[in-house]
Each structure stands twice: as C-alpha cells, then as structure tokens.
Design a binder for this molecule. Structure first.
Ligand code: FES
Ligand SMILES: [Fe+2]
Length: 423
C-alpha cells in the first residue's frame, strides 16, 4: 500500500464507534463492533478502538461470560505433586484452592468457608503463600475443618444446632471443575462446563514430540500488578510483530519477527506460532535447519526442524506457553480489575534435566533474561493504557499485520463468548 493510499483513507471512520466519541459506548455497541471486526477476512482485520479496552461495562460481561464460564489455566501438575499439596489463587472475585487428594485426583474448591465466609487459607494468603501442604484445612475463624477432598470433618460446639445436624451433608467446600491437559491444570467455575480436552485435537499432534507432561517447574517469575487491562497484555503476548520494536535488542536479533510463522490455525480456542532462530543467532546447522541456542541439552527425540524454533501457543482467554528444545515457559495474565492485571510465568525443564550440575546458574540467568523481556512488555502495555483516554484512540484502531493473526482469532473468540455468535 502506497503512502498516498494510506493518507486517502485516514479519518474515514472505518471501524470506529459511530456517535460514541464522548467515550460512552454501551457494552452492546462494543459487542456489535467486536462481532463486525471478527466477521472480516484476515486481510481486513483491524485493531479495536480504545473503549474495547477501557469499558467497565464490557469488562463486567467478560467476568460473567468468559472468566466464570471458560476454562482457566492455573498451574502445573507438579506444583501439587503429592496428596495434600495445594495451590491457591483468585480471579474475578472467586478465591479457590487446587488440592491433590489422597486418591491423587486434583480438585478445586472455593476457599469461602460455608459457615460465615472466611477464607480458609487467610493466613497463608496474608503471608503471600501461593503453595503449601496440608493434611486438612481448618478455618481460622471458628475452626471448622475440611479434608483434602473437601468434606467437612469437624465443627466445634455445633452440637446444639438442629439446622447444622439437618444440613450436615451440605457443608463440604464448594467444588469447581478441573481438568489436566499436558501437565497443565485448568479450573472452570461453570457447573455445566463442557470438557476441555476435545478442543485440542489439532494442537495435541503439534505438541506430542515435546512430551509436555514430563516437564517440571524450575522457577517462577511473579510480577507486581500491572496497571493495564488484561486485554492489552494478552494482545501483546499473542504477537511477535513487536519483537522488532519493543524487543529490538533482546529477542529480535535471535528470533526476528519476519521469520515467525503465525499462519497456522483457524481455531477459536487457541493459536500457535513457530518462532525460528536467525542465522546470526543460531548455534549450528543440521539438515538445513539453523539450531536455536539452548541453556540445557535439547530434549531427546526432537528433529533438527523442531530444534530450529520455539513454539508459542496461546489458549484463550489468558494462557500462553512456549515449548522450546530445552525450556518450557508458561504464563498467564489474569485480570485484577478492568484496568489492571497480574502476570506470572513458570520456567519448566524436562524432568531428566533436574540434576544438571549448572542448574542454579541456568536458573538465575534465565530469570534475568525473562525479567528483562517482561520489563520491555510491561512498558509497552502500560504505555498504551495511558493513551486510551485520548480522543484519537477512541476513533479507530489500525490494520493488523499477518503476524497479529491471533488478535483477529481472539476477536472471534470474544464474539462467540460475549454475543454467542459464530463468525
Ligand atoms: S467462618 Fe469458617 S468456621 Fe466460621
Ligand atoms: Fe513481548
């Protein structure tokens, strides 16, 4: 497209919110706009305007129709490896805990005590503990106790309550659906949730060589709350187009944007990219493929082609992971409100590498590198967030590059979740 073509199309209002320049588009207007954007071919794909990111009314619908209804990745199975191991978190006002039971099943429970709503893990959460081990859970308020399968096992001084005796069976911790896929644990707050696994048939084939259930968490990068909407952070995480800007000195020399293959799937549930190493960044060549640098020996069984790139996989709404030859990165961006989110990242390695002699050094160096990348990303998303109040940002977004394909397929996901429309 020539510059003159661009100039001639400026300001034509294409894709803007008609009549909403006062910044008060209704949630329905925004949903209509999402559906309209999502219905186009990729060549016509366009970023949504600012109110898609800033509308609190739209966020309220996302809470109800996405976060309380769809599967959410929480942690890896090895983070709740043994019976009694727990992992606690909260999203959209729903505090919950994942627990491995004596039968080795991983279950999810509400942390809200069925007596008078105390957080059964209040003390741990106050002290910032996300993980732990418990033989049972005892509510810190009046000491009602629950076993690792959620059943109530004791409630002191309740013997004079006829109601308590009558309702005894209803005082288990409320449970939520969980599912494990490739070593990733997901939770779903919807009691009628459809199973998760069948969504991934296509992806399972792509991931099979990596044997992902065998990888263990080596380290975690916990990041302070970022003052930007989860949608900006996820958009950023879903495209490699920004390597040449935001990461021009860190990622771009090794994995340049122009070598990324983003044109892989039409799935409405996930995307995946192949991020190939540059000739300059390669550590060698085998069978015509440049090999990407590794900090640990590459996983046995991977072909030279598979060792020439990292996969970048996103599962909507908020999960991202990247299997490479030696390291698996797993991230999630969870909203903490309409204008803020929490990011965390797990660094995983194959279980056969856990006794590598240089592990401590590798852990420290990897963390430093990832810290730098996250700093660069957080700078971008908070920078954009600060622009969203401007009249210009409310008018319309720009065309999307083929490398931003997941932003377009995510529009389809949003159209389906928010409006029930298949586009
Ligand atoms: S609130 Fe938990 S025992 Fe009373
Ligand atoms: Fe980035």
């Amino acid at each position: 497209m020539a510059v003159s073509d661009f100039v001639s199309t400026r300001g034509n209002g294409n894709g803007s919110l008609n009549g909403s320049h006062n910044g008060n588009a209704s949630a329905q207007e925004l949903i209509d706009l999402i559906v309209e954007h999502a219905s186009r071919p990729m060549e016509e794909a366009q970023a949504l305007p600012a109110e898609y990111y800033t509308s609190h009314a739209l966020y309220d619908l996302e809470v109800e129709r996405i976060f309380k209804r769809d599967w959410l990745y929480v942690c890896r199975t090895d983070e709740v490896a043994d019976p009694g191991d727990w992992y606690a978190s909260e999203i959209v006002g729903q505090p919950f805990v994942l627990v491995r039971g004596k039968d080795m099943q991983i279950r999810a429970f509400s942390r809200v005590c069925p007596h008078r709503f105390m957080d059964i893990l209040r003390e741990d959460r106050e002290e910032g503990r996300e993980h732990g081990h418990a033989e049972s859970f005892v509510c810190p308020y009046h000491s009602w106790a629950f076993d690792t399968e959620g059943a109530m096992t004791g409630a002191p001084l309740m013997n004079r309550s006829a109601r308590f005796e009558r309702e005894l069976d209803s005082y288990s911790l409320s449970s939520y659906a969980t599912e494990v896929w490739n070593g990733f644990v997901f939770v779903n707050f919807d009691p009628d949730a459809e199973p998760l696994g069948p969504r991934f048939t296509e992806l399972d084939e792509v991931l099979a060589p990596y044997r992902l259930e065998e990888w263990k968490v080596l380290d975690r990068l916990d990041w302070p709350e970022v003052p930007a909407t989860w949608k900006l952070a996820m958009d950023n995480g879903r495209e490699c187009y920004h390597h040449q800007g935001a990461h021009k000195e860190s990622i771009e020399p090794l994995w340049p944007a122009h070598l990324v293959d983003a044109d892989t799937t039409d799935s409405e549930y996930f995307y995946y990219h192949r991020m190939f190493v540059s000739a300059e960044g390669a550590i060698g060549e085998e069978d015509g493929h440049y090999l990407q640098p590794v900090v640990l020996p590459a996983l046995e069984g991977l072909t030279p082609y598979q060792r020439s790139h990292s996969l970048l996989v996103g599962v909507y709404p908020t999960m991202w992971f990247s299997p490479g030859p030696d390291v698996l990165l797993v991230a999630k961006w969870w909203p903490t409100g309409p204008d803020s989110h929490k990011f965390d990242l797990a660094v995983c390695i194959h279980e056969s590498r856990l006794d590598h002699p240089d592990l401590e050094k590798i852990r420290a160096e990897t963390k430093e590198w990832l810290h730098q990348i996250q700093l660069e990303d957080a700078r971008m998303v908070t920078g954009i967030q600060s622009m969203l109040g401007s009249d210009r940002a409310k008018q319309r977004g720009g065309a999307l590059s083929h490398l931003e394909r997941p932003m377009w397929t995510f529009q389809k996901y949003m159209a389906k979740r928010l409006a029930g429309v298949d586009v």
